[in-house]
Design a protein around this ligand. Structure first.
Ligand code: NAP
Ligand code: GDD
Length: 402
């Protein structure tokens, strides 16, 4: 049985990858950093009581900023494959925590590679580094492929640039099987709530149910090549199954603006958005409501995968009651808040994943529209639980405008 060690197991990709590897028959060990409260929600469904027989999923406390602890875990686990997904992964946050981001994202990668070397495992461990399309930053060509020059635009991008090159260097210097997956944006119903995709789908659901009035966003014109995380973790695994280590761009080959994302997410609940005004005064106004239903059927819920959440009591009915919840044509539902503008922005990303298609046989299976649809549906499920509490007189907190 193959054994994988996954850093960042509690994150979006960690959860999908763990599920994927368990499905392939792997023993999976995840590294989770210590926190004062439980944050294992994305992998709780994979947890097995260690006292049971045939347990294949294990968690270890660890931190990318602590070299000795990484060495110990790698030694204890003796993995065949290491997937380094842990990172301070929020671009805007990296401007505020630049040193920490460099420590975790750049030096963290070095620490893991050194652990492999110190433990004399370089000849048999396969290493995946979570590199990113943020390396292309101020893009030098469109679309971007493995040969496109890098020009990172944030402390996050710069830290990941070190991670990329140290991975290449250890491959060349010590003959390690180390691969960079240069992944473009990928989302899902379990995406962190402060990334723009999830912030939008969560707000759309809450606005529909009357739990929130408005969504505040930054740059609506930024364009991203957005795919589904479930497709992207498959590419990570494929990279480590090849004869030779290499670096690959993973992307859908389609680019959409934040504005288009907003339009589609609102359309999912039967509402059309009209954009009015310019610059920071621009607003998104409901122009039409069609009363389209957006409840989640059992079959659709399965396809949501990791993120499928228990249905609330009223979820079958919640979706069509615009009248009760008082969302009307003319309502301003989106506003600009300049707080979300970045000191330096990545305006447009579009990936060319032809190498991954050719060598790995990888291609995305979930479309942009389908991804948004599953995200809105999952967020409607979640919001309906809050709605139920609110309607029953309990206090419901709103962290929607982070
Ligand atoms: P995510 O949801 O933010 O997950 C990041 C994970 O890293 C979490 O488990 C987090 O733990 C953990 N972590 C953060 N700092 C750590 C530290 N110092 N020590 C140990 N663990 C730490 O990110 P994701 O979307 O799954 O992305 C996975 C990786 O791919 C990241 O490296 C990201 O930079 C990269 N990437 C992501 C995308 C994308 O679009 N999603 C695209 C390209 C590259 P907590 O749960 O405790 O916070
Ligand atoms: N987060 C956020 N919040 N972004 C906003 C907002 C907002 O309110 N309004 C507009 N945006 C714009 C950002 O300025 C950016 O251009 C775009 O939406 C996407 O932002 P994020 O969803 O935060 O993702 P990202 O592209 O900066 O970074 C993600 O993708 C990278 C791969 O390209 C992260 O997952 C990184 O870890 C990953 O490397």
């Amino acid at each position: 049985m193959k054994r994988a060690l996954v850093t960042g197991i509690t994150g979006q990709d960690g959860a999908y990858l763990a599920e994927f590897l368990l499905g392939k028959g792997y023993e999976v060990h995840g590294i989770k950093r210590r926190s004062s409260s439980l944050n294992t929600g994305r992998v709780d469904h994979l947890y097995q009581d260690p006292h049971e027989r045939n347990v294949r999923f294990f968690m270890h406390y660890g931190d990318l900023t602590d070299a000795t602890n990484l060495i110990r875990i790698v030694q204890e686990v003796q993995p065949d494959e290491i997937y380094n997904l842990a990172a301070q992964s929020h671009v805007m946050v990296s401007f505020e925590t630049a040193e920490y981001t460099a420590n975790a994202d750049a030096l963290g990668t070095l620490r893991l590679l050194e652990a492999i070397r110190i433990l004399d495992m370089a000849d048999h461990v396969r290493f995946y580094q979570a590199s990113t399309s943020e390396l292309f930053g101020k893009v030098q060509t469109v679309p971007q492929n493995e040969k496109t020059p890098f020009y990172p635009r944030s402390p996050y991008g710069v830290a990941k640039l070190y991670g990329y090159w140290i991975c290449v260097n250890y491959r060349e210097a010590y003959n390690m099987f180390a691969c960079n997956g240069i992944l473009f944006n990928h989302e899902s119903p379990i995406r962190g709530e402060t990334f723009v995709s999830r912030k939008i789908t969560r707000a759309v659901a809450r606005i529909k149910l009357g739990l929130q009035k408005r969504l505040y966003l930054g740059n609506l014109d930024a364009k991203r090549d957005w795919g589904h995380a479930k497709d992207f973790v498959r590419a990570m695994w494929l990279m480590l199954q090849q004869k030779k280590p290499d670096d690959y761009v993973v992307a859908t080959g389609e680019s959409h603006s934040v504005r288009e994302f907003v339009d589609l997410a609102f359309r999912e609940i039967g509402a059309e958005i009209q954009w009015k005004g310019k610059g920071v005064k621009e607003v998104g106004v409901i122009s039409k409501i069609s009363g389209q239903r957006s409840a989640v059927s059992g079959r659709e819920k399965k396809s949501i995968g990791v993120a499928a959440r228990p249905r609330s009591l009223k979820s079958a009915e919640f979706a069509s009651d615009f009248s009760e919840r008082a969302l009307r044509a003319g309502d301003v539902v989106v506003e600009i808040d300049p707080r979300y503008f970045r000191p330096t922005e990545v305006d447009e990303l579009l990936g060319d994943a032809s190498k991954a298609r050719r060598v790995l046989g990888w291609e995305p299976r979930i479309s942009f529209e389908e991804m948004i649809s599953t995200m809105v549906k999952a967020d409607l499920e979640e919001a309906s639980r809050d709605q139920l509490c609110k309607d029953s007189g309990y206090r419901v907190l709103n962290y929607s405008n982070e």
